[in-house]
Design a protein around this ligand. Structure first.
Ligand SMILES: Cc1cc2nc3c(=O)[nH]c(=O)nc-3n(C[C@H](O)[C@H](O)[C@H](O)COP(=O)(O)OP(=O)(O)OC[C@H]3O[C@@H](n4cnc5c(N)ncnc54)[C@H](O)[C@@H]3O)c2cc1C
Length: 394
């Protein structure tokens, strides 16, 4: 009989695994708590490892159509001195694939396109998973939705429900929740009509201050994405406006003050940053499997959270196998867990560490950080990234 799956959460990981399983012939129901399928967010870096996952899903052409601005990428001080600089072309030469930066909504759209035309996928917006029971060969999810409480059963339940995963909490009761990483991230998009006249000679740049940093990333369609991270207590600074942020960096190098000043207030997104500091003992519990932030929430410091969710999705689809197969589903899930846990948990740790260094607050720590960054040759930086960017689908 044809195998069935329930995917909880229609973020990047959930949509990617839906595509992967649907292509293998599985019947897939996707349940999303939001009233419609879509994405809020700003820019999203798709590094070479994520590009290979997107290719495996058959969506590489759509991704490449968005193009990528060429130029330099690197780190600068608030006054504009370069600490480290590389060309994006070096990345492509070294890893065979370029990096892309897209609006998150475009990535979402790419993953959604034509999903229902598979015929074996159904989408269920407005359904929030509240609990799950995992049996030996099936799992049952209870949803709260427009018709009250409903249940659905499948051979496999995928928890792709993000940082605050309900399925993780039920499958691993008592396991510590992700911890606050110590800083708040604001993100904004400057619309194309407001970027005219602002000089953007670089592709991707992060500028380090003390306890504060700003990243600037031009998007392919003349819009510009920026992020602003600041060390602060959890939940604080709720009332901050773009003008307040612009004031804090008014003496920083161009084009940071100009871009912030050109950002509409309505474009501001504020996020407390978390990390799954206590790794899960497994990503599988019976027929419930976790992926993406639900399994290994990480800080954005490596720009790899969505990339790892895409890798997870592809790996799970490969090991779950075709819908009609003699291979045991549980064997495939065991392989998924064994392959994904070491890599993702290592990157969660590396990312948190990178964030602590980048957010250095004291003058001595910040000066030491800047000095080390200037001493790291580009070749060494690319070597260090090799383990991350070289991933290929199993
Ligand atoms: C400031 C910042 C910048 C970032 N930049 C990058 C970057 O450049 N590159 C990169 O690769 N990553 C980046 N990330 C990380 C990336 O956003 C996440 O790792 C990624 O979105 C995780 O995808 P996911 O599918 O696991 O979860 P999500 O995208 O969080 O999706 C989870 C989905 O599940 C739904 N859901 C939640 N609970 C339920 C429930 N109970 N029932 C039903 N549905 C539910 C949610 O509504 C949502 O649609 C960044 C993160 C932040 C905070």
């Amino acid at each position: 009989m044809e195998r069935s799956a329930i995917v909880v959460g229609a973020g990047i990981g959930g949509l990617a695994v839906t595509r992967g399983l649907a292509r293998a012939g599985w019947r897939v129901r996707v349940h999303e708590r939001a009233g419609q399928f879509g994405a809020i967010g700003a820019g999203l870096a798709i590094e070479p490892n994520a590009v290979r996952a997107v290719d495996w899903l058959g969506l590489g052409e759509g991704l490449r159509a968005h193009g990528m601005r060429q130029g330099s990428a690197g780190l600068r001080t608030a006054r504009g001195r370069w600490l480290m600089r590389t060309r994006l072309a070096d990345l492509q030469e070294r890893f065979g694939e370029p990096a892309f930066v897209l609006h998150r909504a475009d990535v979402h759209q790419l993953l959604m396109a034509g999903l229902e035309s598979y015929g074996n996928v159904t989408l269920h917006p407005g359904h929030r998973a509240v609990t799950v029971t995992a049996d030996t060969d099936r799992a049952t999810v209870t949803f709260e939705g427009p018709d009250g409480l409903t249940t659905a059963q499948a051979d496999l339940v995928v928890g792709a429900d993000g940082l605050r995963s309900a399925l993780r909490t039920v499958a691993f009761p008592g396991h510590p929740q992700p911890e606050y990483a110590g800083y708040v991230a604001w993100r904004g998009i400057v619309p194309a009509q407001r970027t005219a006249g602002i000089s953007l000679e670089t592709a991707v740049v992060e500028t380090w201050g003390r306890g504060r940093r700003v990243g600037v990333v031009p998007l392919p369609d003349d819009r510009v994405y920026w992020f602003f991270c600041e060390s602060a207590p959890e939940g604080s600074q709720q009332q901050i406006r773009v003008t307040d942020l612009a004031h804090r960096v008014r003496h920083w190098h161009a084009p940071i003050p100009q871009l912030l000043a050109a950002t509409p207030e309505s474009a501001l997104i504020r996020t407390d940053v978390y990390t799954q500091a206590t790794p899960l003992p497994s990503y599988v519990r019976g027929r419930v499997v976790l992926l993406g932030d639900a399994a290994h929430a990480m800080t954005p410091d490596l720009g790899q959270g969505a990339a790892l969710a895409l890798e997870d999705a592809v790996t799970l689809a490969v090991h779950a196998g075709p819908a009609r197969s003699d291979t045991e589903v549980d064997t495939g899930l065991g392989r998924y867990d064994q392959e994904r846990r070491p890599r993702t948990q290592r990157l969660v740790r590396t990312s948190a560490k990178a964030g602590r260094i980048a957010q250095a607050r004291s003058p001595i720590a910040a000066a030491a950080r800047d000095l080390v960054a200037t001493l790291v040759p580009t070749a060494l930086f690319l070597n260090t990234s090799a383990g991350t960017f070289s991933w290929t689908p199993p």
